[in-house]
Write a protein that binds this ligand. Structure first.
Ligand SMILES: [Zn+2]
Length: 246
């Protein structure tokens, strides 16, 4: 599903538009001309459908070089190891998320609990994945003609990143699971989802000037997308908690 000339939504499961496997988050393809990136990897059960969706949108899938992970939850990062089987593909995630990714630590990423509560099939397993680049706040990632900047936004998980940049003349942001459409958030009862960190991250995002808003689940917005960030930030600024998406 083409969203701008260079950005397509190529994966999306039950919390989205059903473009790919049920356990996939939104997977965005960013085409930089000479090379391409995906934002989040999906759950890893059916990457071929994601790849085919990119090809159908006219992207050259052989140009994929980077998998940029917003966080390590299985619907976002479970597919990383599979993409990295292609020797040209590097996996990039937050410094704070990298050790758990490399160990495939299902407790650290709360997959043990999520599976127990039926959010994943009982036979689903997370594939450990080497991390090629560990990034921190303000790092720049070049994807062909585009540059994306990382924002460390601890929230639904520790080691959560947003990626922002200017693509096709729009100020875009990929927000993972920090803020969703309508200023809702993704608060969950896991050990590393910290409300105070969450508030700080969202208040910071609310100050950004954004056109296109691309969250990890649910509707996106191509114009004035910053209003979703501001709506969530305004709640936190008043010591309230924004409505939950889940
Ligand atoms: Zn998610």
């Amino acid at each position: 599903m083409k969203l701008t000339p260079s950005i397509s939504l190529v994966g999306s499961g039950v919390l989205g538009f059903g473009l790919s496997d049920a356990y996939d988050c939104h997977v965005y393809w960013v085409d930089g001309g000479t090379e391409a990136a995906i934002i989040d990897a999906g759950g890893g059960r059916d990457p071929d459908t994601i790849r085919n969706n990119a090809a159908k949108d006219g992207h050259d899938v052989s140009k994929l070089r980077y998998v940029l992970l917003t966080h390590y939850h299985a619907d976002h990062a479970g597919g990383a190891a599979g993409w990295r089987k292609n020797a040209n593909v590097q996996v990039i995630c937050a410094h704070d998320a990298a050790d758990a990714m490399e160990r495939g630590d299902e407790r650290a990423i709360s997959l043990d609990l999520a599976r127990q509560h039926g959010y994943y099939p009982s036979d689903y397993r997370f594939s450990a994945c080497p991390v090629d680049r560990r990034v921190r706040d303000g790092d720049q990632i070049r994807v062909g003609r585009w540059t994306l900047e990382t924002l460390e936004t601890p929230s639904q998980a520790r080691g959560h990143l947003c990626f922002r940049g200017e693509v096709d003349g729009k100020k875009v942001i990929f927000t993972g699971d920090v803020v969703f459409y309508g200023g809702t958030i993704g608060l969950i009862a896991t050990y590393d989802c910290n409300l105070q960190d969450y508030a700080k991250s969202v208040i910071r995002l609310g100050k950004l000037d954004i056109d296109a808003f691309f969250p990890g689940h649910g509707p996106f917005e191509l114009r004035d997308g910053g209003k979703h960030l501001k709506a969530a930030a305004e709640k936190f600024e008043k010591m309230a908690v924004p409505r939950n998406y889940f």
